[in-house]
Design a protein around this ligand. Structure first.
Ligand code: GTP
Ligand code: MG
Length: 209
């Protein structure tokens, strides 16, 4: 059945007015000072060092005893307040397993903060840190990005001393925290600082462009 010309005209009119109001809404949202700021943070480090547990401890206030290795990448979002501003943090929790190399490499760009994690009871995970940074920078992580070095599992017998960890962090210009996802020690402080730095970084990048 052929649509009468008047109806066709009305339909066009109503669809064009709804698309323009959608565009107006989109523009309003883009400049709305009350719309939340978004930051993207990555977790990085060898398998089993506790990356997922640290994020879970912070976001859900609980500790997962069982080792459930991340398959490729996990994603989570949390609303927090940083310097009195409402911020939505997008967590990208990367697997430390070698076989997920290609998946990780998709995620290093456009990041505002990194938690670089090792396990104080596993010396190898400390020695691996440089390799993680190399992988990240080869695949687009910017060099001046805020990084918090996280010496995790301080509730266990240590194979890496606090002095060594701190010295490494200082040599690289990273902030340093000793944490336990198990007890919760220093986890909130770590994220508070990371988000502050990530927000500063995000603002400085916007100013440049
Ligand atoms: N004692 C102790 N165990 C921890 C701590 N943090 C994590 N674990 C344990 O370490 C194991 C690995 O933790 P995950 O958080 O899954 O490690 P991950 O770094 O995410 O590992 P991948 O996803 O494989 O890269 C789990 O059995 C956790 O319970 C901690 O602070 N203390
Ligand atoms: Mg994990």
């Amino acid at each position: 059945m052929v649509e009468p010309a008047k109806q066709q005209q009305q339909r066009r009119k109503s669809s064009s007015s709804s698309s323009s109001s959608f565009e107006e809404q989109r523009q309003k949202k883009a400049v709305d000072p009350n719309s939340p700021i978004r930051i993207k943070v990555l977790s990085l480090g060898s398998r089993g060092v506790g990356k997922s547990c640290i994020i879970k401890r912070y976001c859900e206030g609980r500790f997962v005893q069982k080792y459930i290795s991340t398959v490729g990448i996990d994603y989570g979002v949390k609303a927090v307040k940083v310097d009195g501003k409402q911020v939505r943090v997008n967590f990208w929790d990367l697997s430390g397993r070698a076989e997920f190399f290609e998946i990780r490499n998709e995620f290093y760009k456009d990041t505002q903060g990194v938690i670089l994690v090792y396990d104080v009871s596993d010396r190898r995970s400390f020695e691996d840190l440089e390799d993680w940074l190399l992988e990240a920078s080869r695949f687009g992580m910017s060099r001046d990005l805020p990084v918090v070095l996280c010496a995790n599992k301080i509730d266990k017998v240590r194979r890496v001393s606090e002095e060594e960890g701190r010295a490494y962090a200082t040599s690289r210009g990273f902030s340093y925290f000793e944490t336990s996802a198990n007890s919760g020690a220093n986890i909130a402080d770590l994220f508070d600082l990371l988000f502050e730095k990530a927000l500063d970084y995000s603002n400085s990048v916007k100013e440049v462009f």
